[in-house]
Design a protein around this ligand. Structure first.
Ligand code: GLN
Length: 246
């Protein structure tokens, strides 16, 4: 029997811009439709997290103000546990503001918000225009068993921060349309083993059901999941790609 998916949502009330809790709902629904158990734990300010109690840690997007609050708490109360989880190969998914906090820090005009240092990226708030719009990227993802999975992720981005990958960092994907990490690099997101950061809101997973399933397979260590009727999800994905022009 497939084990239950155990998800820890970090600051679901504070880091939830653009209804990113839809990502959690998507995981819950796709597990439930297959008879796979789903356990959701919320970890807010001051809460410790147990690295071995969860398969996937989720950190959504947020405004600079909320990011500042969460960043200090992340570093003080959760950093060691999240590093331990990442070292165990657990999934840590950060979207936009959450992605920025996975790196070394987020530099604002007069202060730098500290990051978790899970990935070798730095983010700087630009005085230039916010990077806003529909976005599509191409990604290649390793499978538990079998050849790599190639696909397009489509979503929406809105960020002032520009994220630069360090020498040791690999992007999540290549920009087909939209801005991505800096608007110039042609790169989007970051990936280090199970740690994934991306600027794609949407929410990301409802628009990219195939990626939600990849996360579930990877988190549970299973090679296959029962197929679902994805007519609506496929239409949402096609529409998101069309909106991005990819
Ligand atoms: N506050 C961050 C920025 O503007 C992240 C925004 C977001 O999560 N959409 O870059």
């Amino acid at each position: 029997m497939t084990p239950a998916l155990r998800v820890c949502a970090l600051y679901p009330d504070l880091m939830n811009i653009y209804a990113d809790r839809g990502n959690l709902l998507m995981l819950e629904r796709r597990c439930a439709w297959r008879g796979i158990g789903f356990a959701l734990t919320a970890a807010g300010l001051g809460d410790a997290v147990d690295p071995s109690a969860h398969d996937l840690f989720y950190l959504g997007g947020g405004q600079d103000r909320d990011q500042r609050l969460c960043a200090l708490d992340l570093v003080q109360t959760k950093r060691d546990a999240l590093h331990a989880a990442a070292d165990e190969g657990k999934l840590v998914l950060g979207v936009c503001g959450g992605y920025q906090l996975l790196g070394h820090g987020y530099a604002l005009a007069d202060e730098t918000i500290p990051g978790l240092g899970l990935v070798d990226v730095d983010t700087i708030r630009s005085a230039g225009p916010r990077l806003i719009g529909n976005v599509a990227i191409e990604v290649e993802l390793d499978e538990v068993d079998g050849p790599p999975l190639r696909g397009v992720l489509a979503g929406f981005e809105n960020h002032a921060g520009r994220t630069v990958l360090g020498d040791a960092a690999l992007p999540l994907g290549r920009v087909l349309k939209g801005h991505g990490n800096t608007g110039k690099s042609g790169l989007e997101g970051v990936r280090r083993d199970g740690v994934i950061g991306t600027y794609l809101h949407g929410p990301l997973l409802p628009k990219n059901a195939w990626f939600a399933d990849w996360l579930i397979r990877r988190a549970l260590g299973v090679a296959e999941l029962a197929p679902l009727d994805d007519a609506l999800e496929d239409a949402a994905h096609a529409e998101a790609r069309r909106a991005a022009g990819a």
